[in-house]
Design a protein around this ligand. Structure first.
Ligand SMILES: Nc1ncnc2c1ncn2[C@@H]1O[C@H](COP(=O)(O)OP(=O)(O)OP(=O)(O)O)[C@@H](O)[C@H]1O
Ligand SMILES: [Mg+2]
Length: 231
């Protein structure tokens, strides 16, 4: 499989959103929520941005994380050595972001929405630094945030990563796969509403099958089997 970033509609919308946050007017909110089903490319797009621009950092929240741990991950991503005390960590972040503004991309926010203290930490960082914060979460993140009225007011935009259109699936496969897929095979993947992660797995296995059996094209039959195996 070829290794490249595919410029999907979702990715284009992410770029627009990020630029809007960076270029917003003085009193316009600078926080946004990016959400969508698993495997549609949310994290990959954020990481691609961070790899290509030095104006952003990406932090992945985990299930067992505490607010202090999150702060210390942010400090590390900002290139500093984390202090021991929570208040010092917070001040480290504020100082660093005021001196050298960076967009905070906080991934898997679903883990932190339900837990005490996190949303407040992000809100405090935002209020002190006005640095753009992009929170990335699952399909339900949007609904879950309803409970934090003060926080929601600070959100400039909500961007949903949508499932792929037929044309897009065709584009990914053409750009990433070393073996061709028949139009029926592509249509099948579209109808099954595959995410990017599933497509990548299917391409991976399709290439192995094509190589082993000397095939020039993956047809509907093969793709149906690959889809079912991966389910
Ligand atoms: N624009 C892209 N170009 C190339 N590959 C991509 C792109 N977007 C996603 N991928 C591939 O699809 C995989 C799944 O995408 P990603 O992990 O970003 O999904 P996600 O929306 O963050 O899912 P989750 O909600 O489960 O975290 C990536 O590991 C990567 O291999
Ligand atoms: Mg992700």
């Amino acid at each position: 499989m070829k290794s490249k970033f595919v410029m999907t509609n979702n990715a284009k919308n992410f770029i627009t959103l990020t630029n809007n946050l960076l270029n917003r007017g003085k009193n316009v909110s600078g926080m946004a929520l990016v959400y969508g089903e698993p495997g549609v490319g949310k994290s990959h797009t954020a990481l691609w941005w961070v790899a290509n621009n030095d104006n952003a950092i990406h932090v992945q929240v985990t299930q067992t994380m505490t607010p202090r741990w999150l702060l210390s991950e942010i400090v590390k991503e900002l290139g500093e050595y984390p202090a021991a005390r929570t208040s010092d960590l917070f001040n480290q972040i504020v100082k660093s972001l005021i001196l050298d503004p960076k967009i905070l991309m906080i991934d898997e926010v679903d883990y932190l929405i339900d837990k005490k203290g996190f949303i407040e930490v992000l809100r405090d960082i935002y209020d002190r630094t006005k640095t753009p914060i992009i929170m990335i979460g699952m399909g339900v993140a949007n609904k879950k945030l309803e409970q934090y009225k003060h926080f929601k007011d600070r959100l400039l935009a909500f961007l949903r990563f949508k499932p792929f259109e037929l044309k897009e699936i065709d584009l990914f496969i053409k750009e990433l796969s070393e073996v061709n897929f028949s139009p029926e095979a592509i249509d099948f993947l579209y109808k099954m509403k595959v995410g990017f992660r599933q497509i990548v797995n299917i391409i991976d296995r399709a290439e192995i099958i094509a190589h082993a059996n000397d095939l020039t094209e993956i047809n509907l039959n093969i793709v149906t089997k690959l889809f079912k195996e991966g389910d």
